[in-house]
Design a protein around this ligand. Structure first.
Ligand code: GLY
Ligand code: MN
Ligand code: MN
Length: 366
């Protein structure tokens, strides 16, 4: 399939979704896309300043002169290049085409931009906040997207293996984090998907610790959470190992987290809700006596962004579908001791799921 056919298909799906469930039961004349990942998804354009006005089965890309060539190359839609604020361009188009009801992405627009757009629009045009219209479509990945995520995940695991080759006790957290980022880039990644987490000992009790200049000791746990973008698509993996001979407490907690992670993976299949997947991990950890130490949700969708719909958390009501790509990442955290998390990326298949992450999960004593 050509890229143009892909974007036409996505635009069609978006129009169908909007026609099926208009926010206040009256159809929209147009939808203004302001979320950059959503613009990329719908048009292929990857620039840093853009709006996409979707109407009547087509779209117009609005951007600035830095991106004239890039817009023509990446996007199949006509582009309008503006020197001033893009909302003025958008308002001009809305006026010219006499749109009366303009959908706006409520979670992808600042208050300031909303207000500027409101004052630039003609008096007869109403702005209608729209929630997750594109994000919901993005939950189901095409075979091509899944292949790109698989590549990204494999690059990430390769970088982990190469970075760990040079790891010795006594290395500093930020040295290992730098080595991971370097190896990821060399292996094909475009950029980190988030700030690489390397946390040893007590610092691993912070689920989102930042690497410090502290040395990684020789009898300590070590948590590494890393991910990168490749061809636009994210990867995300966490491994926790023990430097030296693992303590009994570490072994016991590691087994509990691994069992919870496997229980959640086992639950993943079409029709099961995000809340049920979360509850599989949560009840396994609760049974092991660690329910209170599992302080975050079980996972999240990923794709063009590192965190996407759906969130895999308690009370999650989204029914999984084949083509969703999500992380499964339960963890336990104890102040003054440390934390253990194990995270893989999985794709929902017709009959269950496939774990994309190739890095082994057996307990490692480094
Ligand atoms: N590193 C971010 C996450 O695992 O969600
Ligand atoms: Mn992660
Ligand atoms: Mn994650």
């Amino acid at each position: 399939v050509s890229d143009n056919a892909v974007f036409a298909e996505r635009l069609k799906a978006l129009s169908a979704a909007l026609a099926a469930a208009p926010p206040d039961r009256r159809p929209l004349d147009a939808l203004l896309i302001s979320g950059l990942p959503n613009i990329r998804y719908l048009s292929g354009f990857t620039g840093s300043n853009a709006l996409l006005l979707v109407a009547g089965g087509s779209a117009t890309l609005l951007t600035d002169p830095r991106y004239t060539l890039q817009a023509a190359k990446q996007s199949p839609f006509p582009a309008r290049i503006g020197k001033g604020p893009l909302v003025s361009l958008a308002a001009d188009l809305v006026k010219r085409r006499k749109f009366k009801r303009l959908g706006v992405e409520r979670n992808r627009i600042s208050f300031e931009t909303w207000a500027a757009l409101e004052s630039a629009l003609p008096a007869g045009c109403k702005m209608v906040p729209v929630t997750n219209a594109v994000e919901d479509l993005r939950m189901v990945k095409s075979a091509e997207e899944t292949a790109l995520i698989r590549d990204s995940v494999e690059t990430n695991s390769r970088a982990f293996r190469r970075a760990m080759k040079g790891f010795r006790a006594g290395m500093r957290e930020n040295e290992l984090a730098a080595e991971i980022d370097y190896q990821a880039r060399r292996a094909g990644a475009e950029s980190p998907a988030f700030e690489t987490i390397v946390a040893a000992g007590e610092r691993s009790a912070f689920p989102h610790a930042r690497p410090t200049g502290e040395k990684i000791g020789s009898k300590t746990m070590l948590l590494i959470d890393m991910g990168s973008f490749q061809a636009g698509y994210a990867s995300d993996m966490t491994r926790t190992l023990f430097v030296g001979k693992a303590s009994k407490r570490f072994k016991q907690a590691y087994r509990a987290v691994l069992e919870a992670q496997l229980a959640a993976i086992d639950r993943v299949r079409p029709g099961v809700t995000s809340g049920e997947v979360d509850s599989a991990a949560r009840s396994a950890l609760t049974k092991a006596g660690h329910g209170a130490a599992f302080v975050h949700s079980t996972g999240h969708g990923l794709g063009l962004e590192i965190h996407e719909q759906p969130r895999i958390g308690d009370k999650g009501t989204v029914a999984l579908q084949a083509g969703f790509v999500i992380t499964i990442e339960p963890g336990v955290y104890f102040e003054g001791w440390g934390g253990i998390r194990i995270e893989d990326t999985v794709v929902v298949t017709e009959t269950g799921c496939e774990v994309l992450t190739p890095t082994p999960k057996d307990l490692v004593e480094w």
